[in-house]
Design a protein around this ligand. Sequence first.
Ligand code: NAP
Ligand code: 3JM
Length: 338
Amino acid sequence: MKSFCVAVVGATGAVGNEMIKILEERNFPVGEIKLLASERSLGKNLEYKGKSIPVEVLKEDSFTGVQIGLFSAGGSISEKFAPLAAQAGCVVVDNTSAFRMVPDIPLVVPEVNPEAIALYKNRGIIANPNCSTIQMVVALKPIHDAVRIKRIVVSTYQAVSGTGKKAVDELMNQTRALLSFQDPVVKVYPHQIAFNCLPQIDVFVDNGYTKEEMKMINETKKIMNDPSIAVTATTVRVPVFYAHSESVNIETEKKITPQEVRDLLAKAPGVTVVDDPQQRLYPMAIHAAGKDGTFVGRIREDESIPNGINMWVVSDNLRKGAALNAVQIAEILGKDYL
Ligand code: NAP
Ligand code: 3JM
């Protein structure tokens, strides 16, 4: 049985912590594990399979002898260190937006385009999509294959854990402060997040969209390998800790009924249909948190157009939206390519 030396870059963060848990849970063939973070983490230890592992400071030469690098320490860290790691012979699965739209770097969701993993050979880097894109394409790919999707209109309701550990603390502290009639401290987000919805994720770009919205638009076309799909997105941060929810409206070329969508998605990899409105059953963040699936419900016809479907898509942003997707990529890489 092959085993690999795996480095987790950003091991002390929200995504890194989930990576370590998932490698452990799925029994990934780890021969040796290297946990890398900033100087701030020097002296810290993290647990892997019951063993205490010291966190090392990320350096230029950290990747000697490492075969797989799972990166989630921010875009600028990936820009600098992913090419260095690749040069040292390590295959990088990068969770940041740094390389997602580089044409010769594959952008992969295993349920959608596993064949693109082969293109890791171009640069030694595979990009992991944005959390909101991943759960949407997992739900939409089977429908696109069946009846071709012409247009997607998506609005997201994104959990604070997508911004990292500091944001989880901020929502907790603001909620506590406001319930005690104190002023909330606003540091991570441009406005108070507790008891609020922020229609801004990441920074604004010239066309009036945010970067997060443009990530969803561009990444969807690349992963589905179809630049002709029209996509528009509004991404919103909501006071939820874990799991992103999405209202997804699609217009298809051929007609598909809600029941046909349910039947297609019931057999789709990674998807669980939760759709029984009479019993008040639909996907919710509180149920998706900590789970691996992409949950789809509220499937119904969009009666305002001839071929339209509405649905509600929920998934744990730190698991399928980040760490799980990266580990699934690494599993295929290890099994089929390394
Ligand atoms: P986080 O909780 O703030 O963790 C950040 C991690 O990066 C920590 O381990 C931190 O180490 C490390 N780090 C920061 N600066 C560093 C440096 N100069 N050198 C080495 N390590 C450094 O953030 P997170 O939520 O885990 O997200 C991390 C990144 O993952 C994001 O910036 C984003 O690019 C990506 N991400 C991707 C998705 C996705 O959809 N695929 C979702 C969320 C995040 P210290 O503890 O030592 O500071
Ligand atoms: C999710 O470099 C940074 O400051 C990270 C910004 C960030 C990203 C990103 O652009 O990589 C925070 C949270 C993402 C993401 O997955 O796109």
